[in-house]
Write a protein that binds this ligand. Sequence first.
Ligand code: ADP
Ligand code: MG
Length: 355
Amino acid sequence: MSKKDRIFIEIIVGLLLITGAVYFFIKPRRESVWLSGRADVDSGKRVVMGTFARVIGVAADSDTAKRSIEAALAEITRVDELMSDYKEDSEISEVNRDGFERAVKVSEPTYEVLQKAVEFSELTGGAFDVTVGALVDLWRSAEEMNSVPSDAELAEARSRVGYDKLILDSNEMTVRFAAEGMRLDLGGIAKGYAIDRAVEAMQTEGAMGGMIDIGGDIRCFGAPPEGKERWRIGLQDSRAVGGEVGQGQILMVLELTDAAVATSGDYQRFVVIGGQRYSHIIDAESGYSGGELTSVTIIAKGAIEADALATAVSVKGVEGGLALVEQRKEAEAILVTSAPEYELIKSSGAERFIE
Ligand code: ADP
Ligand code: MG
């Protein structure tokens, strides 16, 4: 890589303020129309789901490419409106308010994401758990009071967590809680789900290739950018970040075709209590954050799998996390252990994606 390229990439990384991976073009074009009968269109940075998103559409003509990009962004916005727990009127907020009193009817996307969330809970032995909300809230308020939760507080919150207490009725498409005060938190899966739906929307609009990046969770499909053989994704170096957003260096470049990549980590989103950093990813079993890994990057076929597994491996740590990934033929992991070692660990098949 020339020095100029490297400087350019660093600027892009700095601008994006993303959490994990970053898609980059070496040639930063907004729109390129080629004689060969294809157009590459770049949405540029858009604010969705409380972060930055970027969509690139490749199609036979630029109108189709633009339409596919708008369809992707509309789909992402729809998922966010249904599933955000920050939005009072979202379906997830309704379930969180009323789910113990009554079975709450939800739309097909919300039902589907919850069903998938339970599947990932079963697959990961509960390391991924979408009902972790009560513990997330407890750690947030612990940060405000600057004191670590007591054992009693942790036990109480844990009694309100557990995917086995989430009752899904597929005939009625309803969601219900078996324990009072349970709370869903889709923070570890909604971006991945939104990306997969957005890819479908782009294909329906006629895109022959594309890339969707929501806050560093990325999926690319079909025809890569003109003149390239694969999509190139830069992984941010969590060691250089050290909690300072936008200080990123590139750890490595991944080359992908029809694949997704997601990164979870404690290096940009965490709580600080008494000067000590705690990850925003919590082990539902212990009530604490794992703390063994600074960053977990998962490469998988679909974005929902990459997203959920990245969260699960963060909880499971090096040994359990690698065992989980090795057992999934299509998934690979790139791990960075915590300070001061910052050891780089890759699953057995990861190398084939690394430039
Ligand atoms: P990021 O948001 O940095 O991309 P993740 O995809 O790993 O990272 O999502 C982390 C979020 O998932 C947390 O902020 C919280 O909302 C939620 N979460 C925390 N612990 C768990 C868990 N054990 N299982 C599922 N979701 C979790
Ligand atoms: Mg995740």
